[in-house]
Design a protein around this ligand. Structure first.
Ligand code: ATP
Length: 127
C-alpha cells in the first residue's frame, strides 16, 4: 500500500510552510517592518496620484523585490547563526553580503520611486 501523502496534501503542506516562513519574517524582523511601512507610503501615494497601470506594475515589482531580498537575508542570517554561532570572519562576510543585496534592492526601489513620483510631486506642489 502506498503511504505517501497525496500530491494535493503535500502541496498544501508546502504552501503552509512557506506562509509560516513569511509570518516569521514579517513578525520578527525590524527591517521588514521598515520595508512594510515604506511600501504602505508608496501605495497610498500611488492611489493619491492615480499612477498609470505600468507605474503600478513597476512599484509592485520593486516592493516584492525588496521584501524577497529581506526574506532571503533573514534565511541566510539564520543559517549562518546555526552553522557559526561563534565569531568567524566568513560568517561576518556572509551576513554582510546578504545585507548588501537588500541594500541594492532598496536603492533600486528608491530610484524607481523617484523616477515615477517626481513628476507627480512637481505638478502637485507647482514647482
Ligand atoms: N558569527 C559572526 N562572525 C563574525 N561577524 C559577525 C557574526 N555575526 C554577525 N557578524 C557581523 O555583525 C553584523 C551584524 O550581524 P547581525 O547578526 O546582528 O545581523 P543584523 O545586521 O543585526 O541583522 P538584521 O538585518 O536583522 O538587523 C554582520 O553583518 C557581520 O558583519
Amino acid at each position: 500500500m502506498n503511504n505517501r501523502p497525496s500530491f494535493l496534501f503535500s502541496r498544501y503542506n508546502s504552501f503552509k510552510f512557506a506562509f509560516k516562513g513569511l509570518a516569521t519574517v514579517f513578525r520578527h524582523e525590524p527591517n521588514m517592518h521598515l520595508h512594510v511601512m515604506a511600501s504602505i507610503v508608496v501605495v497610498v501615494m500611488a492611489f493619491r496620484f492615480e499612477v498609470t497601470r505600468t507605474e503600478w506594475c513597476m512599484l509592485i515589482f520593486c516592493i516584492g523585490l525588496v521584501w524577497m531580498a529581506e526574506t532571503f537575508n533573514t534565511a541566510i542570517e539564520t543559517l549562518t547563526n546555526l552553522v557559526s554561532p561563534e565569531h568567524n570572519p566568513l560568517a561576518g562576510k556572509t551576513k554582510d553580503l546578504a545585507a548588501g543585496a537588500v541594500l541594492l534592492c532598496a536603492i533600486t526601489a528608491v530610484i524607481v520611486g523617484l523616477i515615477i513620483f517626481l513628476p507627480y510631486w512637481q505638478t502637485y506642489f507647482n514647482v
